[in-house]
Structures are given as structure tokens and as C-alpha cells.
Design a binder for this molecule. Structure first.
Ligand code: HEM
Length: 230
């Protein structure tokens, strides 16, 4: 009955939209992390006989960034990402408004009844992440991909993470992302129909360790750059 009302009018399909867009964003976060870890690879890991004309992290990061803008299938995936990010935010707002209106069916009421603070504050965490993404994209994406006023992305990122308050801002954004992910991954699977106890237990453990790993790996990038002598 509910599902017949359409994508944005049924709270069941709203949860599915949250789940699918969220899982796609997680896929992006993994790829984005791998790409950005290049920033902190020591130059000794680039033996000339193996990498050819890529002699250091600077060359490799800029070659990787150039590939991202010049290979059209990546651009298509990027546009899917922007639409999904937007859809995820709109859907989250709609779900929050609906939950405030009705005391009946609540988003994620179907889960294990978790009362963890981060599960109750997904909206707040999402807002912190949203502000972080806006500042982040204005700093790098806008200058490099849209306005094309920056061509050496490696130097731009390094210069940014030499500024202490930027590093603090990134740490806050990344930690908020970590907490958002623990509950988000769990909820996404429940929304997509994984209800069996054993499967749920596995997903909960996976969500926790995956989020911890992703948070630590993202968090070390600005810290390593800030403290590294260049
Ligand atoms: C310390 C870690 C990070 C670094 C060094 C970094 C660096 C960058 C750079 C240089 C760009 C512009 C070039 C490109 O499009 O790839 C970018 C884009 C982007 N970043 Fe990050 N990023 C980091 C963490 C994050 C996090 C935690 C998020 C999400 C919460 C995020 C979300 C995005 C998005 C959505 C884009 C636009 C993607 C695109 O156009 O393909 N980044 N990032």
C-alpha cells in the first residue's frame, strides 16, 4: 500500500533511497580514500625502474587527479555521485520532517532498537558532514575541476593541510563521518531487507570495524601532512 504512493511519498521507499544512495557514497569513499592515501606515500616507495616517469607522490597524485577529470566514465560516475549526495540529503530531511510529524512509524524503528547517541543524532552528524563537504569541495573540487584555476592539486592539498585550523576542521568532519557510517551501514542493510539475527550481527560488527578503519585512514592524511617536514 505504502509503496504504491511513489518514491518520495512512501517512507518505505524513502528508506530504500537512503540505503542505496548511502551505499553508493560509501563505495566512493573507499575509492577516494585509496586515491588520497597517495599523498602520504614516502618518496622511497617510487623506484624509478618500477614506476617509470612517476618519481614521487607529487607526480603520482597529480597523474591520478588528471585521470579523474580526463577519463569520461569517471565523470559519469562523479555526476551520479553528486546526484546521490543531493538525493541522500533531501531524503534525510524528508524522513526527519515525517518523523517529527508522526509518532507512529519512525525511521529505523525496525532496527535493533539501538539507543546509541550517534544513532539518535544522525541528522546532526549529517549536518556537520554536509558543512564539511561544502568547505571541502569549495577548497579543492571547485578550484580544480570547475574553475580550473588550480592545476597542481598535490601542492594545493599539501598547502591546505599545513594550516592548523583546516586540519582540525577535517578531523571533526571525518570523525562525524565515522559515527554516521556505523549506524548508516547497519540501517541501510535493514532497509534493504536483511532482518535475520545472524546476518544482522555480522553487519553490525562489519559496520563498526569498517567505519573505524575508514575513519583512521582518512584522519591520518591531514595529520601526517601537517607534521611532515617538507
Ligand atoms: C583527508 C582526506 C581527504 C582529502 C585529501 C581529499 C581530497 C580531495 C580532493 C583533492 C578533491 C578534488 C579532486 C577530486 O574530485 O577528486 C576531492 C573531492 C571530493 N571529496 Fe575529498 N578528500 C578527503 C576526504 C573527503 C571526505 C571524508 C569526504 C566525504 C565526506 C570527501 C568528499 C569529496 C567529494 C564528494 C568530492 C568531489 C568528488 C568528485 O568530483 O569526484 N572527501 N577531495
Amino acid at each position: 500500500m505504502l509503496e504504491k504512493k511513489g518514491l518520495f511519498r512512501s517512507s518505505v521507499s524513502r528508506k530504500n533511497v537512503m540505503a542505496i544512495t548511502g551505499l553508493f557514497i560509501i563505495f566512493f569513499l573507499i575509492i577516494h580514500l585509496i586515491g588520497n592515501l597517495i599523498l602520504i606515500i614516502p618518496d622511497s616507495y617510487f623506484p624509478i625502474e618500477f614506476w617509470g616517469n612517476v618519481e614521487n607522490a607529487h607526480d603520482m597524485y597529480n597523474a591520478y587527479s588528471h585521470f579523474l577529470v580526463s577519463f569520461w566514465p569517471v565523470s559519469v560516475i562523479a555526476w551520479i555521485l553528486y546526484s546521490f549526495l543531493l538525493l541522500h540529503v533531501i531524503d534525510a530531511i524528508l524522513i526527519t520532517l515525517k518523523n517529527k510529524q508522526s509518532k507512529g512509524e519512525k525511521y529505523q524503528k525496525t532496527d535493533s532498537g539501538s539507543s546509541k547517541w550517534y544513532a539518535r543524532n544522525m541528522g546532526l552528524l549529517g549536518t556537520v558532514i554536509g558543512i564539511f563537504i561544502i568547505i571541502h569541495m569549495a577548497q579543492f573540487w571547485l578550484k580544480y575541476k570547475v574553475l580550473e584555476i588550480e592545476h597542481d592539486l598535490y601542492s594545493l592539498v599539501i598547502a591546505t593541510f599545513k594550516i592548523g585550523w583546516y586540519v582540525i576542521l577535517y578531523e571533526i568532519g571525518i570523525i562525524a563521518l565515522g559515527f554516521h557510517l556505523v549506524h548508516g551501514i547497519e540501517s541501510a542493510h535493514i532497509s534493504l531487507g536483511f532482518h535475520q539475527k545472524r546476518v544482522l550481527k555480522f553487519i553490525k560488527t562489519f559496520a563498526l570495524w569498517f567505519s573505524i578503519a575508514l575513519t583512521i585512514l582518512y584522519a591520518i592524511i591531514p595529520l601526517v601532512i601537517y607534521f611532515k617536514e617538507l
